[in-house]
Ligand binder design. Structure first.
Ligand SMILES: NC(=O)c1ccc[n+]([C@@H]2O[C@H](COP(=O)([O-])OP(=O)(O)OC[C@H]3O[C@@H](n4cnc5c(N)ncnc54)[C@H](OP(=O)(O)O)[C@@H]3O)[C@@H](O)[C@H]2O)c1
Length: 292
């Protein structure tokens, strides 16, 4: 019988990738969403069923978990209620003695200067102290951040992000992360573990621009986007004051510390070499018909 897994944050970037990876492994996925109209697209990705709910509405959580063998809990990014929302799911999981709780965190939650890292650290502590069997996923920054600026990169040859162009990141492919998340959910041997998942190369914006330039065969240069410019764009997109404050603190922190990590655990769980940035950019360029 296939394992039944509740996936929260199901309609987000991470949730969709995790649903597809779990379905590929034969799991029966129940997608936790706020809007019924999101259901068809998630079913097309491989979800077997939909649970309507809200992470802040505690009464929607136990029914969503009923009959499940595991949960992959993916909280909304930079959310002030991350800990309270996760607590609802931990309590509901404990009430049914759920065998596996996979919590999607971030690498280096102990970097408390960044508010959402601090909240994830507090949440990890709560989960570990609860006694609930868990696996914690700790990813670095996704390669997929490129997709937010991809049009500008392709049209104008400018790779702009809100930190200096020299500081390095071990960015990681979301598809590798989704595969790892599906493996630790569906396979035995990963309980009581926290996995730091980083990409195999330390790359600055300058390095990324050079790799994109090589793939697209056109000049691409890196640009440090001023924080005020980032803020204006985020406000225009409807970001709250809280989110903007978090984004400013995160990018200021990146500006001096970058986001370095080691790919050993990612490589071990995948059982293959993790995706390199050049492979990811090539995939993106082929997707958009920019390469044969
Ligand atoms: N991006 C990175 O580089 C990175 C790196 C490490 C870790 N992470 C972590 O990855 C996680 C997921 O990020 P993401 O970029 O995939 O997020 P995302 O695309 O913004 O998706 C978030 C999802 O959460 C749902 N949601 C928000 N509030 C909810 C509520 N109250 N009840 C139920 N659902 C709710 C949203 O639903 P709607 O569709 O209805 O809005 C959306 O589908 C975050 O915890 C983030 O910290 C990200």
């Amino acid at each position: 019988m296939s394992q039944k897994v509740l996936v929260t944050g199901a309609n987000g970037k991470t949730g969709r990738a995790v649903i597809a990876a779990l379905a590929k492994k034969g799991a029966s996925v129940r997608a936790f969403v706020r809007k019924v109209e999101q259901g068809d697209a998630l079913k097309a990705l491989g979800a077997a069923e939909i649970a309507l709910g809200d992470m802040n509405a505690v009464e929607t959580i136990a029914p969503a978990l009923k009959g499940c063998d595991a949960i992959v809990h993916i909280g909304p990014p930079m959310h002030p209620d991350e800990k309270a929302m996760t607590e609802h799911f931990i309590k509901a999981a404990q009430a049914i003695q759920l065998p596996r709780f996979i919590y999607y965190s971030v690498m280096h939650p102990l970097r408390r200067e960044v508010p959402h890292h601090a909240r994830k650290l507090d949440t990890e502590e709560m989960l570990i102290e609860s006694g609930q069997p868990y696996t914690i996923i700790n990813p670095t920054r996704y390669m997929q951040h490129l997709e937010m600026i991809w049009k500008d990169v392709v049209a104008n040859g400018v790779h702009g992000m809100p930190f200096n162009t020299h500081v390095k990141f071990n960015i990681v492919d979301l598809l590798d992360l989704a595969e790892v998340t599906a493996k630790v959910t569906a396979e035995d041997g990963h309980l009581w573990a926290s996995y730091e998942l980083a990409g195999p190369e330390g790359l600055s914006q300058d390095d990324m621009a050079a790799i994109i330039s090589e793939v697209l065969k056109k000049p691409v240069t890196a640009r440090q986007v001023p924080l005020d410019e980032m803020e204006a764009k985020a406000r225009a997109g409807g970001a709250t004051d809280q989110r903007i404050d978090t984004m400013r603190k995160m990018n200021t922190h990146y500006d001096h510390g970058g986001f370095r990590g080691n790919a050993n655990i990612l490589r071990w769980v995948l059982g293959r070499e993790p995706t390199r940035f050049k492979e990811y950019v090539t995939r993106l360029a082929k997707r958009d018909g920019l390469l044969a």
